[in-house]
Ligand binder design. Sequence first.
Ligand SMILES: *[C@@H]1O[C@H](CO)[C@@H](O)[C@H](O)[C@H]1NC(C)=O
Ligand SMILES: *[C@@H]1O[C@H](CO)[C@@H](O)[C@H](O)[C@H]1NC(C)=O
Length: 348
Amino acid sequence: MALLLCLGLSLLAAVQPSAVKNCHPGCHCEVESFGLFDSFSLTRVDCRELGPSASMPVPIPLDTAHLDLSSNTMGPLSDAMLAGPGYTTLISLDLSSNHITKISPSAFSKLRYLETLDLSHNNLERLPASCFSGLPLAEVDLSHNSFQEFDMDIFAPKINGEPVSVDLSNNKLVSVSTTVHGRVLYIQSLNLSTNQLWSVPRLEGLPLRYLNLDGNPITQIKAAAFSQLKDLVYLSLSGLQKLEVIEPFSFKGLHSLQVLDLLNNPQLKTLSPAVFSGLDSLQELNLSGTGVASLPNNMLTHLPSIKSITLEGNIQCWKTRKQGQFHRQLGQVQNNDVLNCNTEGVVL
Ligand SMILES: *[C@@H]1O[C@H](CO)[C@@H](O)[C@H](O)[C@H]1NC(C)=O
Ligand SMILES: *[C@@H]1O[C@H](CO)[C@@H](O)[C@H](O)[C@H]1NC(C)=O
């Protein structure tokens, strides 16, 4: 029985890379098969660093799912560069480190199944409106570019070839043919780390679960800056060298947020408890590398789910439940949550 089980599991888990015919010289192509009797297969094509003579589109096998075109000095991205046979089936595409300065409005329009796009380490300042229209994109990495502003209209649908502005807040536009399965947006992970953003961009209505704004010259986070990102689970706001102020109620509306990274924000000196108002699900707060070395105890009233807080100087705090006094008349025990830290005197 155990043997049979093992055999069954190994059949299911077997991934058998094999070589592919018609692989472009300089690229590396692999077919990965999985499932019982190899019923599933995915073609993965790696065309990194093809050298200066490479012309785009690079020919790829017909049913390619994953394509890596990083480090190819592609420059401005035209409509033709991603339009060859094999490109329509792509699920993920890596265009990082390509000196991309501009992207033509329809450059991605053939990639109807694209879920993951890496445009990191380029020289982009903006993207054309609706350039991701109709794609089931779940993950976009725009880190290490030159965005000073970020406009949500890159996700807006097109109608008759023209971008339309819609209220994205209910994420439904059933009648428009350009939507994917009746939904406008799939975007769950947006990485805008290391750009030139000077404020938190407007992202209302995007169904994001992960957002990274690390390393931007943001000076201030305003009240309700993230309102309506009710699906957000992980927010990273680290290495903001100029960040001095986080206003009270800045994180209002982030009911699903579990992890908040505020690491290495040296100008951040104090945080009022009301900053954390509305963070009903927050479990981890990391303030290491900031100027915040103590906390008011009553901030726990705003953080009902918190498990650990890390402060400057490697101070770790945990929430513990202090048993209240047994009440002789009422016969009940009151519990009070308190913060316990590995250093005394940091909870004020
Ligand atoms: C976001 O970008 C930064 C910088 O490139 C990187 O370190 C981080 O891993 C990225 N996050 C995700 C989820 O890919
Ligand atoms: C907080 O960040 C610091 C610095 O990156 C890291 O060493 C520490 O493990 C983090 N704490 C938690 C609880 O994740």
